[in-house]
Design a protein around this ligand. Structure first.
Ligand code: BGC
Length: 751
C-alpha cells in the first residue's frame, strides 16, 4: 500500500534491473538508492540499546567498533522496569541519537520470548511473557518512531536460542506458536506499525523464516495488517527468489548483485511474477523516502543529557530480591563498608554480539559508591573476570571482609559466558566467585550481593545465607552510578523479574529439549514456559516472575473487577504503607478453573508501574479486552473465548496474589461444530446439541435397551461419552440418516 505521492511515479520509471537492485543492500548498513530515479539510500544500524553506527567497515558480530554511542540498559534491564512510559522515553532518546548519526532505521527491539535461561541472547530480549514483551516492545517502537526514525522488530519468529541458530528448525505446535511466540509481534505490529520487521535465521516447522509465506504474508500482512518492509536478518536469505515470493522485501547486507541477478532471471524465465517484485519495490521506495525525509538537518548528540537518561533508566532496571532486616539502603558514614569483586571496578554492562557498542563514557560502581559514601571505601577484586581463579586475590578479599561492617560483593557472569551466537550450558556463576562468596559469608554476616548477568543465574545454594541480594542485570554505561543510587537509597528500587529464577537448571521447562539436536529443536513444553510452567505445577522457584522488593511496602484494597462491553476493567487502591516514596508494579492475571482446553493456571493480562509517595494511596486502573482471554483452537483454526467464570487476580508477582475476583464471560460459541464424528461427551457438553441429543435418545434409544442401559449407568456412561456418534451408527443404535438429522438439527437451531 503506497501512501507517498511519488511512489507510483518512481516505480513506473524503473527498469527490471533497477527494481531488482533495490531488493538487497548497497553495503553492510546501507540500502540501495537510485539517484536519478529519486530513490535515496538510507542507513540502518544496530540496535537495540544503543546506536551502533559503523561509518567505516561493517560487521554484525560486535567484532569492529562503532562510533561512540550512549549505551542504555539492554532489554533485560529495561524490561525489568515494567514501565512502558519509561521505555518510550528510552526509545525517544535512541531516536534522537539515531538522528544525530544520520541513521534512519534502528535495528530493534528484540522481543523474542525467553524460552530458556540458557539462551545466549536473553539479555537482548524482554521477557518470558508475551504480553509484557509486547507492551514494552510497542512502547520502544513508539518512542523511536516519534523521532522520525524507523525500527526493526526482531527476530520474527521463534528465535529462542543461539545454538544452530542459522539452521535449526523450531518445531512448535500451532497453538503454542499462536499463544506464546507470536502475540508480542502481533501487538507491536498492530499497535505501532514498525517501519520494518526482521525475519530470523532459523526455520519454523521446517521452513526458513526468510521463506515462510505463512509467517510473512498470511499472518504478518494479511492477518495483522503490517504495512512496512520485511528485512532479512544479516545473511538469513538462503534462496532469494522463494524468499521474495514469501514476502521478504529486503535482503541485507549487500550481495554485490548476486541475488539481484537471480530475481531478474526468474522474472525473465517466467517463474516469478513481476507483480511480486513491484510489491516489494513499492514498499522499499516508501521506506527510503520516509527514512530520508525524516532526517533532521542538524541533529546533534547531547552526550550528558543521554547519559543522565541512561542512569535514571538503569536505576529503574535494578531488581532488589532480598533485604533482610532492612540492611539496605546504606547510610553514608554509618560503618565501614568494603567493596569486593572485580565487577565493581570493571563493569559488565552490555552483552556481546551485534548489539555491542562503544559507550560515550562508562561509570563504575566502585567510584560511585565512594562518591556516595563520601570516603575512600576499600576495595579488593577477589577474582579475575576471565581466566583461572587466583587464591591470592581471594585471601586478600576475605581479610578485607573480616575488617568491614558491611560487604558489597559484586559477582556475575563474564562476557565470555553469554553472548549472541552461542548458548550457555548451565546457569551457574563461575565456581571461584561462589567459593569466594562462601568464605565471605563465614567472615562477615552482612553481605550484600550485587549481580551482573544478562540472564538468570542460580542463586538457590546461598541466597538465604546473605541478607541482601540485588539483581543488577546489565545496566548500560551509567549502571555503576545507578547501583550506588540504589545501595544508598537515592533511588528506591522498583524493578520486577521478567523471568522466573529457578531452583536448579533441571527444573527449567525446556531442560530436556533445549537446544535440540541435528538441526531441530522440539518445543516439547508447549505453552508451559516460565511461570506458566512453575505456577501450573506448583513447582518451587527461588524467585517468581513479577517479583521485586522496594524499600517501602504497599497495601492493596478496594479491588473491583467488572466487564464493560468488550473490556475487563480492574481498579484497586494501592497504598504506600512505608516511609519512603516508591513505585509499585501492579499485575493482573486471569485464570479459568476447569477450562475446556489445557491452560496455564494463570496468565498475565495487564500491568502498570505507579509512583506512590510515602503514606499516600493511588487509585490504579487497568483494563484488557475480553478477546485477550481467547485460546487458539487448533482444531478449528480460530481464536475462541471460552465462556465461564474467570478468576481475575490482582497481584504483586505471579506468586503474590492480593485479591481474586470472579467475572462471568459469555464467551464464543464452541469453535468446533458438532458432527457425526463428535463424541457423545461433546454432544452432551454442547449447549445446543445436548437438548437435541437428549430428546432423540428419549425417543429412539429407549427402544434399544443395551444403549439405554449404558447411558443410565454412570460408569458405562463415561465409556459411552468417549464414543463418536458414528460409533452409535456402527453399533446399529441409530441409522446414518438419524445421525445426520441430529447434526442438521443443531445447525438449524444455531443459525
Ligand atoms: C543479528 C541481528 C542484527 C544483525 C545486524 C545479526 O547477526 O541477529 O540482531 O541486527 O546481525 O548486525
Amino acid at each position: 500500500m503506497s501512501v507517498h505521492p511519488q511512489t507510483e511515479t518512481i516505480l513506473a520509471g524503473l527498469t527490471l534491473e533497477q527494481k531488482a537492485s533495490l531488493l538487497s543492500g548497497a553495503t553492510f548498513w546501507e540500502t540501495e538508492g537510485i539517484e536519478e530515479a529519486g530513490i535515496p539510500s538510507i542507513i540502518v544500524s544496530d540496535g537495540p540499546h544503543g546506536v551502533r553506527r559503523q561509518s567505516t567497515g561493517g560487521d554484525h558480530l560486535g567484532l569492529l567498533d562503532g562510533e561512540p554511542a550512549t549505551c542504555f540498559p539492554p532489554a533485560v534491564g529495561l524490561g525489568s522496569s515494567w514501565d512502558p512510559e519509561l521505555v518510550e522515553r528510552v526509545g525517544e532518546a535512541l531516536g534522537r541519537e539515531a538522528q544525530a548519526k544520520r541513521v534512519s532505521v534502528l535495528l530493534g527491539p528484540g522481543i523474542n520470548i525467553k524460552r530458556d535461561p540458557r539462551c545466549g541472547r536473553n539479555f537482548e530480549y524482554l521477557s518470558e511473557d508475551p504480553l509484557h514483551a509486547g507492551v514494552l516492545g510497542s512502547a520502544f517502537v513508539r518512542g523511536v518512531q516519534s523521532q522520525g526514525v524507523g525500527t526493526s522488530l526482531k527476530h520474527y519468529a521463534a528465535n529462542n536460542q543461539e545454538t544452530d541458530r542459522l539452521r535449526v528448525s523450531a518445531e512448535i505446535d500451532t497453538r503454542t506458536l499462536r499463544e506464546l511466540y507470536l502475540p508480542a509481534f502481533r501487538r507491536v505490529v498492530t499497535e505501532t506499525q514498525p517501519w520494518t520487521v526482521m525475519c530470523s535465521y532459523n526455520k519454523v516447522n521446517g521452513v526458513f523464516a526468510s521463506e515462510h509465506n505463512w509467517l510473512l504474508n498470511t499472518v504478518l500482512r494479511d492477518e495483522w495488517g503490517f504495512e512496512g518492509v520485511v528485512v532479512s536478518d544479516w545473511g538469513a536469505v538462503r534462496d532469494r527468489v522463494p524468499s521474495l515470493a514469501a514476502g521478504l522485501d529486503l535482503e541485507m547486507p549487500s550481495t554485490n548483485g548476486r541475488t539481484d541477478a537471480d530475481v531478474v532471471a526468474a522474472v525473465q524465465n517466467g517463474s516469478l511474477e513481476i507483480a511480486v517484485v513491484d510489491t516489494a519495490v513499492r514498499r522499499l521506495i516508501e521506506l527510503a523516502l520516509k527514512g530520508h525525509e525524516g532526517l533532521w538537518p542538524d541533529a546533534e548528540l547531547d552526550v550528558d543529557g543521554q547519559h543522565a537518561i541512561a542512569r535514571e533508566v538503569a536505576g529503574r532496571s535494578i531488581v532488589l530480591l532480598r533485604n533482610e532486616d532492612a540492611i539496605l539502603p546504606l547510610t553514608p558514614g554509618a560503618g565501614p563498608v568494603a567493596v569486593i569483586g572485580e565487577f565493581a571496578r570493571t563493569p559488565r554492562y552490555q552483552g556481546a554480539g551485534s548489539s555491542q557498542i562503544v559507550p560515550t563514557r562508562l561509570d563504575n560502581a566502585l567510584d560511585a559508591i565512594r562518591a556516595a559514601a563520601g570516603e575512600d571505601v576499600p576495595f579488593a577484586p577477589g577474582f579475575v573476570l576471565e581466566g583461572e581463579s587466583d587464591p591470592v586475590l581471594a585471601d586478600e578479599a576475605v581479610r578485607l571482609a573480616a575488617s568491614a561492617e558491611t560487604v558489597l560483593y559484586f559477582a556475575g557472569l563474564p562476557s565470555s559466558a553469554e553472548s549472541e551466537g552461542f548458548d550457555r550450558e548451565d546457569i551457574e556463576l563461575p565456581a571461584d566467585q561462589v567459593a569466594l562468596l562462601e568464605r565471605l559469608i563465614e567472615a562477615n554476616s552482612r553481605i550484600v550481593v550485587v549481580l551482573s548477568n544478562g540472564a538468570v543465574v542460580r542463586v538457590s545454594d546461598w541466597n538465604e545465607r546473605v541478607p541482601a541480594l540485588i539483581e543488577g542485570w546489565l545496566l548500560g554505561q551509567a549502571g555503576g552510578g545507578a547501583i550506588a543510587d540504589v545501595l544508598y537509597g537515592v533511588v528506591n528500587p522498583s524493578g520486577r523479574l521478567t523471568e522466573s529464577i529457578p531452583e536448579r537448571l533441571q527444573d527449567v521447562p525446556a531442560y530436556t529439549s533445549f537446544p535440540g539436536e541435528h538441526g531441530s529443536v522440539r518445543y516439547a513444553e508447549g505453552l508451559y514456559v516460565g511461570y506458566r510452567h512453575y505456577d501450573t505445577r506448583e513447582a518451587a522457584v527461588t524467585y517468581p516472575f513479577g517479583f521485586g522488593l522496594s524499600y517501602t511496602t504497599f497495601g492493596y484494597s478496594h479491588e473491583v473487577v467488572r466487564v464493560e462491553g468488550d473490556t475487563v476493567r480492574v481498579s484497586v487502591q494501592v497504598t504506600n504503607t512505608g516511609t519512603r516514596d516508591g513505585r509499585e508494579v501492579v499485575q493482573v492475571y486471569s485464570a479459568l478453573p476447569g477450562a475446556e482446553v489445557s491452560r496455564p493456571v494463570h496468565e498475565l493480562r495487564a500491568f502498570t508501574s505507579v509512583a506512590i509517595p510515602a503514606g499516600k494511596t493511588r487509585e490504579v486502573e487497568l483494563s484488557f479486552p475480553v478477546s485477550d482471554l481467547a485460546y487458539f483452537s487448533t482444531a478449528a483454526d480460530v481464536w475462541s473465548v471460552e465462556g465461564g467464570t474467570y478468576v481475575i487476580e490482582i497481584a504483586a508477582s505471579s506468586r503474590d496474589i492480593r485479591a481474586r475476583l470472579d467475572i462471568q464471560i459469555e464467551g464464543d460459541p464452541s469453535p468446533i461444530p458438532l458432527s457425526v464424528n463428535s463424541t457423545l461427551g461433546e454432544w452432551f457438553a454442547h449447549p445446543v446439541g445436548a437438548p437435541i441429543l437428549n430428546a432423540a435418545f428419549a425417543q429412539v434409544l429407549a427402544a434399544t435397551p443395551a444403549v439405554g442401559g449404558m447411558l443410565n449407568d454412570p460408569h458405562l456412561r463415561k465409556m459411552a461419552e468417549q464414543m463418536p456418534m458414528s460409533q452409535m451408527v456402527a453399533f446399529g443404535a441409530i441409522t446414518p440418516e438419524q445421525a445426520q438429522g441430529l447434526v442438521d438439527a443443531v445447525e438449524q437451531a444455531s443459525a
